[in-house]
Design a protein around this ligand. Structure first.
Ligand code: ADP
Ligand code: MG
Length: 557
């Protein structure tokens, strides 16, 4: 084929593909436009995962009737005018690409009213072209309605996940903007159910309460640090509120919600030694700095940014979080023990002190153990002797392996032991967790959970799998929903459920075990299918053979 310039229609679809990856991208662009228009109320509605309908209404300044069609031209924007403006962007949008991109992949209707126009106006676009326009009475503000997203873009449609996954992306996104703009009243309805509403009273803690629940919000610690270049503020969770993934880390830079590996590292660095492997903190971190210190124009969806002085930003955030945690900078290099008398950082014990750490009573009769327990090291490893030398067993990894096998075994035999709770436990879910729950309810039931809605994002846990009944139930359930929310995961859901339950139900490092408990653990481990690795593939034990020992001690050469 000879070289030729692509037709506008093709170009606009290629460009649209970069900006609009999935329904949540549409929601993002529309919310950003509403916020740029100074809205104090933004309401978002989505149906069918956003593919059928997305509607965003605001009470912002509106689009003048004379400019309404222009707004749909590529690179038409009211936010920047010159090259210099690009150096100090203070609005969320500036590329003039969102509306034309959305119109290239969906049917769009817009109605808007400014304070100066006497009557509002309305346009409807099909395949990127204006199909109808008229005057329409309405209050000041703008409503954009997007129908049949990607209908003429089958390649993209094919890659979308289930309705509930797309819903959960939308819920996550609206949540992030609500956290970034506590002074704006947000409403989100997914398939006509109210999923989030904030008051817009300007209090971050109140938004956190609406999103993650009042109990968690109450325990969040205040972050506040002003330095020459940067101002860091926000709320962070104490280490005991840690989660099993990074979905609870929100970064807002100059009021823009961003993904930032740099800021993630800075926060995690501040928690160093306070969290176990695989745990992540909850945090909402606002960073503000002069706009020229920031490049926001490196990503079509503006989700990534670059800092001119990234080391300075990194250390301000790290310090701000350390201070909020009550750590002095020196403490960072000293890992804090999980047990003992170290006061506030001690992890809660998951199991009652005088009860065995795991369900001894359910054990089938076993033969004598092949490994003889000698003792416990650092409350974390079991030292044992076998016919072939010395074994050091990681108590958490070993118990994880045992639980994983037994949970899957019970499930596949349809003989899941259920533990009813005498007192149902109340738990609040974030909109995202709620979507995950809705989508996985059936699986959770199969594994022994009974979770009932209790109004307003509140739920009652009435029963749980008996095998993990002694662990922290709230932690178990939140971690489980987190892991199920990641729909893209290649592993089958039953494996993911078992893995999450095993990980959070297993005894912890740092927990003292009696000899009896250690012997039981060894016996159970011997009966698993893969005693040498935990479900994540990490080793459960280190073996020093008799021969190695002799070699180390120079008895043989
Ligand atoms: P950008 O946000 O990068 O300027 P968009 O394509 O998103 O580009 O929007 C084009 C223009 O339409 C904006 O610059 C703004 O003037 C106007 N606009 C879009 N949405 C709204 C809204 N909700 N309220 C007021 N003006 C809007
Ligand atoms: Mg925009």
């Amino acid at each position: 084929m000879p070289i030729r310039v692509l037709a506008t229609e093709v170009v606009s679809k290629i460009a649209a593909g970069e900006v609009i990856e999935r329904p949540a991208s549409v929601v993002k662009e529309l919310i950003e436009n509403s916020l740029d228009a100074g809205a104090t109320q933004v309401s978002v509605e989505a149906q069918g995962g956003g593919v059928e309908l997305i509607k965003v209404s605001d009470n912002g300044e509106g689009i003048p009737a004379s400019e309404l069609e222009l707004a749909f031209h590529r690179y038409a924007t009211s936010k920047i005018g010159s090259l210099e403006d690009l150096e100090r962007i203070s609005s969320l949008g500036f590329r003039g690409e969102a509306l034309p991109s959305i119109a290239a992949v969906a049917e769009v209707e817009v109605s808007s009213q400014t304070s100066s126009d006497s009557v509002g106006s309305y346009v409807c676009l099909r395949k990127g072209e204006v199909a109808r326009r008229e005057s329409q009475a309405r209050s000041q503000g703008t409503t954009v309605t997007v129908h049949r997203l990607f209908r003429y873009f089958p390649a993209r449609l094919k890659f979308l996940k289930s309705t509930s996954t797309e819903n959960s992306h939308i819920a996550h996104l609206v949540t992030q903007y609500a956290l970034a703009f506590p002074e704006v009243k947000f409403n989100l309805a997914l398939d006509k159910r109210s999923s989030l509403s904030t008051t817009g009273n300007g209090e971050l803690r109140e938004v956190v309460s609406g999103v993650y629940g009042p109990e968690l919000a109450q325990r969040m610690l205040e972050v506040e640090k002003n330095e020459a270049l940067t101002k860091v503020s926000g709320l962070i969770g104490p280490p005991s509120l840690a989660r099993s993934n990074r979905n609870y880390l929100s970064f807002i830079v100059n009021r823009r919600w961003v993904h930032s590996p740099l800021l993630t590292r800075a926060v995690e660095e501040a928690y160093h030694g306070l969290l176990m492997d695989g745990q992540h903190p909850i945090a909402v971190i606002n960073v503000s700095l002069p706009p020229q210190e920031l490049d926001v124009n490196i990503h079509p969806a503006k989700a990534q940014i670059r800092f001119c002085h990234d080391q300075t930003v990194f250390s301000s955030v790290q310090k701000a979080v350390e201070e909020a945690l009550g750590r002095t900078p020196i403490a960072t290099s000293k890992p804090v023990p999980f047990s003992g008398s170290s006061g506030q950082w001690q992890r809660p014990r998951m199991i009652m002190d005088n009860e065995p750490a795991f369900a001894v009573a359910q054990l089938p009769a076993l033969e004598l153990p092949v490994l003889r327990v000698l003792g416990q090291l650092a409350n974390t490893y079991i030292i044992a002797e076998g016919p072939d030398g010395l074994y050091l067993i990681d108590q958490h990894a070993a118990h994880e392996r045992i639980l994983y096998d037994r949970i899957l075994e019970q499930w596949s035999q349809k003989e899941v032991e259920v533990q009813g709770l005498l007192q149902p436990m109340n738990i609040e879910f974030s909109p995202r967790e709620e979507e995950a729950l809705r989508a996985s309810e059936e699986f959770l039931t199969q594994f022994g959970f009974t979770i009932e809605p209790f109004g307003n994002r509140s739920y009652l846990i009435r029963a749980i799998p008996a095998l993990v009944a002694r662990a922290n139930i709230i932690e178990i359930v939140s971690a489980l929903l987190d892991s199920l929310a990641v729909k893209e995961s290649p592993s089958p859901w039953e494996g993911r459920i078992a893995e999450s339950l095993a990980c959070h139900g297993a005894i912890r490092a740092g927990q003292q075990l009696t000899n009896e408990e250690m012997r039981e653990l060894m016996k159970q481990l011997e009966h698993t299918k893969q005693p040498r690795a935990c479900p994540h593939g990490r080793p459960t034990m280190i073996h020093l053979s008799a021969q190695q020992l002799e070699k180390e001690f120079g008895r043989i050469t």
